[in-house]
Design a protein around this ligand. Structure first.
Ligand SMILES: [Zn+2]
Length: 478
């Protein structure tokens, strides 16, 4: 700021200047004090949000681990009951397993709420309302989310959706403080599309032409208007096998019992559980020729190796031990700690937002493997070998672009995008940040500016080679 050009204009007006100067100085000091207090409050809120988000993710991941162990124990108990020829027990065990794929993860969601609140993050009324909405959808059998007009989503067991809705309502009734950022909503499209990436929208808003160069090289030059966009990917047609909040990514699959008993990992786990003799009987007893049965197995599309991902910026390169090189069930939680700034008392100053990811870890004893350990998903079915829980980098988690509990982004995905793809930019919502990005994107001049910039500056967009970035965080502030 330059010097005041009016204050010193009249000679002899010196005494008249003293007061305003003192006043200005006092005001500046006051603002500085408030500003410092603001900064202090912001830092404190970020710290609290981080602690609460980490705690929520860890406790929920532990529930995922407990659920995996329960499914594994029941897989072994199934084999034992089969060897005894106890068909009723087998049926009861399978029923319990199918239900635990829903109740186990939801118990984790519930425990995460307690953890977040104990760490100072209050209930988020928007989160609570959203969970209540999901409960209402479940109670209607998800009929509203099916595009093929069928009456209801097939139930994993009779009455499942009512029971599931009851569980969700109980969570909502206690107040939701931590949202599941890696939720896998049953109606969500399954597949990739630039419009489903927050990164695309952010690149347009921030004129980040390098994003286009590195992620979508042809998009700037080939796009010709909203009718150019391919349709959004289809919704999955299969009936769901596990809770949409905190998906555990397991499902029942048919397995011939004798084949299972032949697995070294299965026999070893049975031995440890004191069921070794029973399982051995599956190989030479009357159950040897038993027909295929339902066991709980890993969804192989989700339970792959972490390092199988090809992204050079993937944060788990290098030091990861082989037995822990397993993606799959993880817990990603988002908390929003409202900011109340001393300089703006009683006004909405936004929130400190934190997402954190955690994962249950287990391994199979394997004398033939280096270190004597093999990844837990090398077993044909889930086994009770889950021993620990750790925070993992958010970029290595199963969180979809933007996160599932960024409710503004969710509304854009679910409501604004289909409308825009059907009717063009005229129906975009000016109050939505993501819609404003699409409105900008429709401007051909803007896209030409980007192409022109890249034609001479693309060399500035080189990504740093793997390992050179200071990775390592467990979460993202937004
Ligand atoms: Zn929008």
């Amino acid at each position: 700021m330059t010097a005041d050009t009016t204050g010193g204009a009249s000679p002899g007006g010196r005494s008249g200047q003293v007061l305003p100067l003192v006043f200005v100085a006092a005001l500046a000091l006051l603002f500085a004090a408030l500003w410092l207090a603001d900064i202090h409050r912001v830092v404190l809120a970020k710290d609290e949000a981080q602690n609460a988000g980490d705690a929520a993710a860890l406790v929920a991941a532990r529930w995922l681990g407990d659920t995996l162990n329960l499914e594994g124990d029941l897989n072994l108990a199934h084999a034992a009951a089969l060897a005894e020829g106890d068909a009723d027990a087998v049926e009861a065990i399978t029923n319990a397993q199918v239900r635990a794929l829903f109740s186990g993860p939801l118990a984790g969601v519930s425990a995460a709420q307690t953890a977040a609140k104990r760490n100072g993050v209050p209930e988020n009324p928007d989160f609570t309302a959203f969970v209540r909405e999901r409960a209402a959808l479940a109670r209607r059998g998800y009929s509203a989310v099916l595009s093929d007009g069928s009456a209801a989503m097939p139930e994993p067991w009779p009455g499942a959706w009512t029971e599931y809705a009851d569980m969700l309502e109980k969570i909502a009734a206690r107040g939701v403080a931590a949202g599941v950022d890696n939720a896998d909503f049953y109606e969500d499209p399954d597949g990739a599309h630039w419009l489903l990436e927050t990164g695309f929208h952010d690149a347009v808003l921030g004129r980040d032409w390098c994003w286009f160069r590195n992620r979508a090289p042809a998009l700037l030059s080939s796009y010709s208007g909203w009718r150019w966009w391919p349709a959004l990917p289809d919704r999955p047609r299969d009936p769901p096998f596990s809770a949409e909040l905190l998906p555990i990514r397991l499902h029942p699959a048919l397995f011939v019992p004798a084949d299972l008993a032949r697995s070294a990992a299965f026999a070893d786990a049975a031995e440890r559980a004191g069921l070794g003799d029973a399982v051995a009987r599956l190989l030479d007893g009357p159950a040897t020729n038993a027909p295929p049965q339902l066991w709980i197995v890993f969804d192989r599309s989700a339970w792959g190796a972490w390092t199988a991902m090809k992204d050079p910026a993937f944060p788990l390169r290098g030091r990861l031990r082989r037995e822990y090189d397993v993606a799959g069930a993880d817990a990603v939680f988002r908390v929003e700690k409202p900011l109340e700034l001393p300089s703006r008392p009683g006004r909405d100053s936004g929130a400190a937002v934190w997402s954190a990811a955690a994962k249950p870890l287990g391994w199979l004893p394997d004398p033939g493997a280096p270190g004597g350990k093999a990844p837990a998903n090398a077993a044909p079915v889930v086994l009770p070998v889950w021993r620990a829980t750790r925070l993992v980098p958010l970029d290595a988690s199963s969180m979809p672009s933007g996160g599932s509990f960024d409710l503004g982004w969710r509304e854009h995905r679910a409501a604004h995008l289909p409308r825009y793809l059907a009717r063009g930019p005229g129906v975009l919502d000016a109050s939505c940040r993501w819609c404003r990005a699409l409105a900008k994107w429709e401007d051909a001049d803007l896209r030409r500016t980007g192409s022109r910039w890249l034609s001479t500056n693309a060399w500035k967009c080189a990504v740093s080679p793997p390992g050179s970035s200071p990775g390592g965080g467990t979460g993202h502030a937004h």
